[in-house]
Design a protein around this ligand. Sequence first.
Ligand SMILES: Cc1cc2nc3c(=O)[nH]c(=O)nc-3n(C[C@H](O)[C@H](O)[C@H](O)COP(=O)(O)OP(=O)(O)OC[C@H]3O[C@@H](n4cnc5c(N)ncnc54)[C@H](O)[C@@H]3O)c2cc1C
Length: 381
Amino acid sequence: MNILNYSEDHMAFRQGFKQYIETHVSPHGPTWEANGIVPPDAWKRMGEAGYLCTWVPEQYHGKGLDFLYSVIVMEELVKAGQSGFMASLHSDIIVPYIASYGSDAIKEKYLPGCVSGEIITAVAMTEPNAGSDLTAMAATVVEDDNGYILNGSKTFISNGINCNLAVIAARDPKIDDPYAALSLFVVADGTPGFTKGNKLAKMGLRSQDTAELFFSDCRIPKENLLGQKGNGFMMLMEKLQQERLVCAVSAVAGAEAVVEHTIDQARSMKNAMGKPLTKAQDVTFALVEMTTRIKMARTFVDMLVADHMDGKNMVIETSMAKYHTTDTLKEITYRAMDLLGEFGLDDTSFLARSMRDGRIMTIFAGTNEIMKEICAKFMGL
Ligand SMILES: Cc1cc2nc3c(=O)[nH]c(=O)nc-3n(C[C@H](O)[C@H](O)[C@H](O)COP(=O)(O)OP(=O)(O)OC[C@H]3O[C@@H](n4cnc5c(N)ncnc54)[C@H](O)[C@@H]3O)c2cc1C
């Protein structure tokens, strides 16, 4: 069943991007993983090739393409085992804040750079004592005649080292209601008082630079406020739907790639009795079950992508999709590892990398427990 109507143009774009990854991304993957970062030049190359922020309107130097082009970029990077190059975080999670809530001046100033890859973005909500519970955020922002003064620290921020523009959430200490106190700002690298901490060493997504950010009397101009003051929580909630969908699309693509890879490997391996693995019933049943789970997840996620493109509000469904697909990816990579044994355990193997990278997905973008909390709340339970 074809839920998403990919046109000839979409398919040509996918083919071009696959070739781009083969030539310009995959050969560098091991070095980027070893260095813990994708260098800014690689981002610029992606931008020049037209694979960043494809949806941004032409007025801001984008191509104004539909969400399916974004989906293609997400899927192909994951399928190539290059999840650490988080182009989709930049293109489809962070830049939309700037496009939706930035003033015309901010959009003119920053969007062309986001498209070209000259600007790499980060979004900073999490703090040492505020992860799932955003109301516990301690970073403060105080307004005066000249703008805003930001103080506090953020942790586990993706693109934290590379970012030259960060969307920061902070609260007004004079407002007691934690929801009404939250505002969002863009802060450019180099702003006095904005410093970056160490790159955090992670078990997965190793080429993704995750870091702490610090703000000490960091002065932000008035025009860097996104949307209305005090509307930060509402803006985050609005954009989290697409963020969860990006996770779900990536998780399904990752799981499909793992099963394809496992079937290929299993065909060429023999069990203790000298039979090809794919002739042993326990293995074939495992592969069938894994494929069934993925096909069901794919159907659900494609349907959500279609509904999202139609502008439908799907808080419950996108939360379900985020937790279900990332759990599926996690369980499938573990099962594939059991099937392939030492072959999969090789640290440099596709499967080992998929397992490490996929494992993180149940935690970021809202943990899977929080997804269930949201579903329960919106289902009136
Ligand atoms: C690789 C990576 C990249 C990240 N990138 C970013 C980024 O770019 N920007 C950013 O702002 N953040 C980022 N994060 C942070 C991420 O969003 C948080 O880790 C996540 O929200 C969970 O917060 P926490 O780790 O503080 O866990 P906690 O909130 O402390 O939760 C700990 C455990 O308790 C559970 N729990 C908490 N509250 C409840 C509840 N009410 N009901 C049931 N269970 C609950 C959680 O599910 C979890 O299992 C990133 C994290 C990782 C791992």
